[in-house]
Design a protein around this ligand. Structure first.
Ligand SMILES: NC(=O)c1ccc[n+]([C@@H]2O[C@H](COP(=O)([O-])OP(=O)(O)OC[C@H]3O[C@@H](n4cnc5c(N)ncnc54)[C@H](OP(=O)(O)O)[C@@H]3O)[C@@H](O)[C@H]2O)c1
Length: 348
């Protein structure tokens, strides 16, 4: 019997994550019967060529999902809030990259290497985590399974592509202006990002943490199923184009052991252990851009916590932090028979 193929829609297909989704559909041979690309009214009608095929960008608006089996949403929270319900009513599975619905109790927030069982119970929408949360958990989850995590202190080093396509252009323009001796303009970020670090991602809450920092805490608890996990994050934008890095110090319930920690990371499917400091071997963002796995290294016994470990993770924010995790969720649902094309359902 032929395997079923799917009508897939990508909402936000002209953006940083959307373009990676189109690429992954092609490179991972996603079982497509057709691919439809949606963006704002600004892009509607434009023709783009991707992997030898021409696509006309369609405006994402109510009614467009009637024939779509799966829609990947990567256009921001307001677009998800405006259109996801319409897609679900049309019988389309929504795999959302925005933060709009992640903490809704009836919306599973899934990393397939951690909580795949949550894909079995949903109301038509699957959420995907914030980029830094997904990448951090590729190191923390296997260590939690080995030792039982109870407290985490995080500092992030987040690339500009995490803000979107316009931010990448802003960094490139600023570098060119600097080299040419021209004045440096900024629009996307509150300060120049070239040759700088900005310790603000998202707006500040009353408690002094930013929205991004709060997301890391809340989403980690939901994905790991640890509602009482103590998390303190400081999220920082750095002048890197692609791949986030995260420094993590964690305290565990049980005594930690470095050899056992390394073995747990090495055995975990989402991680690659790169941990040979004597030979200057540790993960860097350049090495882990466009990699499926996240690199984990600099593992050491933490000197501030009892039963503590510190480590460093680098991972691709556009892949594991966004498009790849979303595609992996869809692939797993297909493998497990949890996602059927509408055409197959009506034929029965
Ligand atoms: N970048 C990351 O690393 C990352 C990681 C995790 C999650 N996310 C999330 O993924 C989403 C997309 O982020 P991004 O970085 O790809 O942003 P981006 O590069 O700014 O792209 C935004 C996309 O949304 C489209 N869009 C904007 N307004 C729209 C509207 N009213 N109707 C339909 N489409 C609209 C844009 O289309 P036009 O070209 O027509 O304007 C564009 O395709 C966001 O929710 C973000 O928080 C991003």
């Amino acid at each position: 019997m032929n395997k079923p193929n799917y009508v897939v829609g990508i909402v936000g297909a002209t953006g940083a994550v959307g373009q990676e989704l189109v690429r992954l559909m092609h490179e991972r041979n996603f079982p497509l019967s057709s691919l439809r690309l949606f963006a704002s009214a600004r892009s509607a009608g434009k023709t783009v060529e991707r992997f030898g095929k021409k696509f006309v960008i369609e405006e994402a608006k109510p009614g467009v999902f009637a024939d779509v089996d799966v829609a990947f949403f990567a256009a921001g929270g307001s677009v998800t809030r405006a259109l996801a319900t319409d897609a679900v009513k049309a019988g389309c599975l929504v795999i959302d990259k925005s933060s709009a619905l992640r903490m809704e109790p009836n919306v599973p927030l899934v990393i397939p290497e951690i909580n795949p069982e949550k894909l079995r119970n949903h109301d038509g929408i699957i959420a995907n985590p914030n980029c830094s949360t997904a990448i951090m958990l590729m190191g923390l989850w296997p260590l939690h399974q080995a030792f039982g995590v109870k407290r985490v202190i995080i500092s992030t080093y987040q690339s500009v592509s995490g803000t979107g396509a316009e931010a990448v252009r802003e960094l490139e323009d600023q570098i060119q202006s600097y080299v040419a001796g021209r004045p440096i303009a900024h629009k996307v970020y509150p300060y120049q990002i070239a040759f700088n670090c900005i310790p603000q991602i998202d707006s500040f809450d009353a408690n002094g943490y930013t929205g991004e920092e709060t997301k890391m805490a809340q989403e980690s608890r939901k994905i790991m199923g640890l509602p009482n996990l103590k998390v303190s994050a400081t999220t920082v934008r750095v002048p890197v184009v692609r791949a986030h890095s995260i420094s993590v110090s964690a305290e565990f319930e049980r005594p930690v052991d470095l050899a056992k920690a390394r073995a747990a990371i090495a055995a975990f499917p989402g991680a690659e252990l790169v941990d040979d400091p004597a030979n200057r071997k540790y993960p860097t963002p350049l090495d882990f851009a466009e990699k499926v796995k996240c690199g984990v290294g600099r593992l050491r016994i933490d000197t501030a916590f009892d039963n503590g470990l510190s480590f460093w993770v680098s991972g691709d924010n556009l892949w594991k932090g966004a498009a790849m995790n979303a595609v992996q969720n869809a692939e797993l649902m297909i493998r497990e028979g949890l996602l059927k094309p509408k055409a197959a359902l009506t034929a029965v």
